[in-house]
Design a protein around this ligand. Structure first.
Ligand code: 0L1
Ligand code: MG
Length: 256
């Protein structure tokens, strides 16, 4: 089993917007470590081609999402500058079956490293928090995968939108933040910050712990998308999405 060949195959599908069969069906002996290695190999390709590594995303951080995939642990993925949406129009070009989910983005300004980082250390290393929308898009047929498949596919990372306002971390109880998502004017999802491992700060702690076990860390200047606050919503051309982060701000996107 050659991880570079598997990485190449996934990379082709990430670029062509054509769905693929799960790799776990053909390579049942792939481990979690292999899957993260495949993720790293493909990120490296993009960096070689001129992209910039801007941070990390945590996925499967809510009980509901873990249940829907049949797992009991979160995963992480790598974020590139090219994934950041420059405006509020979401083009479907290059996407297969995108879904949107509201998240918080932590802007980290000190290195976070180790096996036992505390909440206090994360808060001290957090310059600010932004409201965000993540666009996930699994490269697998029917959005169906297991843990290995989805990790190798960079945790379904596709795009993300960050709102302009940066909030001071200790000015708000993030676990109590209420979020309402409307699709074409109709409320389709509601949630609360506590859906993210009890509190989004715990998602950063968990990320640091998981990275540490692979000899990695969060560098200053990176952002961390902490995980979906609600279930993700399928979108199609012509849809409009409005996400209200109660007492914070609103993000509206149009799908073109
Ligand atoms: O950001 C996420 O929670 C997605 C992680 C991968 C699972 C999925 O694509 O739904
Ligand atoms: Mg997400």
């Amino acid at each position: 089993m050659n991880l570079h060949l598997i990485a190449n195959e996934i990379h082709r599908h990430q670029k062509s917007a054509l769905e693929m069969e799960k790799i776990s069906l053909r390579f049942p002996s792939i481990t979690l470590e292999d899957a993260y290695k495949i993720q790293e190999i493909n990120t490296e390709k993009e960096l070689q081609a001129g992209d910039r590594f801007v941070g990390w995303k945590m996925g499967l951080t809510s009980f509901a999402k873990q249940q829907s995939v049949g797992v009991n642990q979160p995963i992480y993925g790598r974020l590139l500058k090219s994934m950041e949406m420059a405006n509020k129009e979401l083009s479907l070009e290059g996407l297969i079956h995108p879904r949107l989910e509201p998240e918080f983005a932590f802007l980290i300004n000190k290195k976070l490293k180790g096996n036992n980082v505390t909440e206090q250390e994360v808060w001290q290393a957090t310059e600010g928090i932004m409201t965000a929308i993540e666009v996930i898009d699994s490269r697998y047929k029917d959005f169906s995968f297991n843990l290995i498949d989805v990790i190798a596919d960079n945790a379904s990372s596709a795009k993300f939108f960050l709102s302009e306002q940066i909030y001071i971390p200790n000015k708000f109880q993030w676990e109590k933040a209420k979020v309402r998502m409307k699709l074409n004017g109709r409320v389709v999802q509601e949630g609360e910050g506590s859906a993210v491992l009890g509190n989004p700060v715990r998602s950063v702690i968990e990320l640091v712990r998981m990275l540490h076990s692979s000899g990695l860390c969060i560098e200053p200047g990176m952002i961390v998308l902490t995980g979906g606050i609600t279930e993700a919503v399928h979108v199609f051309s012509g849809d409009s999405i409005e996400v209200e982060f109660v007492e914070l701000d609103k993000i509206d996107l149009t799908v073109i």
